[in-house]
Design a binder for this molecule. Structure first.
Ligand code: TYD
Length: 208
């Protein structure tokens, strides 16, 4: 393989079947002969996995909104530098389960910090390392499904009230409207195979 690898992120609110689709999309890309690293956020490097623990455990009020946004950005800076950038520069593709747009939606849009403010903090963290394409899985009844699935076991952020998750969904749609070249909303309804095909369709122009 020659040149830089492509950087793809998969996003979405709670309960849209994202974990299943990360695996399916990774398999489909490898089947096309693409060398691929799968990674996730928060986490994806030793330091970032440590910060993940701080972010996802404890009471909802453990961190102020600004501290939460900065911790996600700190984890992302380490992940970008240690894992993502080296892979891309070696010509390997990177598929990331959540990335900067989760911060724009969950902290910027839904916590009222503002999408532009959180983007600025993240620009400091990752420089120009925005994904080549971001696929946002969206499902009308996503919140209800997540609650049914997670019950009381939700993590610190997943367990926030339904209104918070509605703001997350709205923010993802706003980001996609602002950056239609990079960010695509993908219908997460139907069979897993159908959804994977829709995701691949949105990568058509990047595929070798
Ligand atoms: P995780 O266990 O990875 O679950 P999933 O991706 O399946 O939802 O939990 C990550 C949680 O952290 C999730 O609720 C989204 C949230 N999150 C943010 O609020 N901001 C971020 O920047 C990222 C990466 C995640």
């Amino acid at each position: 393989m020659s040149g830089r690898g492509k950087f793809i992120s998969l996003e979405g609110g709670e309960g849209v079947g994202k974990s299943t689709q990360v695996k399916a999309l990774a398999a489909a890309l490898r089947q096309r002969g693409i060398a691929l690293v799968e990674t996730r956020e928060p986490g994806g490097s030793d330091g970032a996995e440590k910060i993940r623990e701080l972010l996802l455990t404890g009471d909802d009020g453990r961190w102020s909104a600004r501290a939460e946004a900065l911790l996600f950005a700190a984890a992302r800076a380490d992940h970008a530098e240690k894992t993502i950038r080296p892979a891309i520069e070696a010509g390997t593709w990177v598929l990331c389960d959540r990335f900067v747009d989760s911060s724009l939606a969950y902290q910027g849009g839904a916590l009222d910090l503002g999408i532009a403010e959180v983007r600025a903090v993240n620009q400091f963290a990752i420089g120009e390392l925005f994904p080549d394409r971001t696929l946002v899985l969206a499902l009308a009844e996503g919140g209800a499904r997540a609650r049914a699935r997670d019950n009381e076991d939700s993590d610190r952020i997943g367990g926030r009230p339904a209104g918070y998750h509605q703001r997350v969904d709205l923010a993802f749609r706003q980001i996609a409207a602002e950056e239609p070249g990079r960010v695509r909303i993908v219908d997460a309804s139907g069979s897993p195979d159908e959804v994977t095909r829709r995701l691949l369709d949105q990568l058509e122009d990047l595929l070798p």
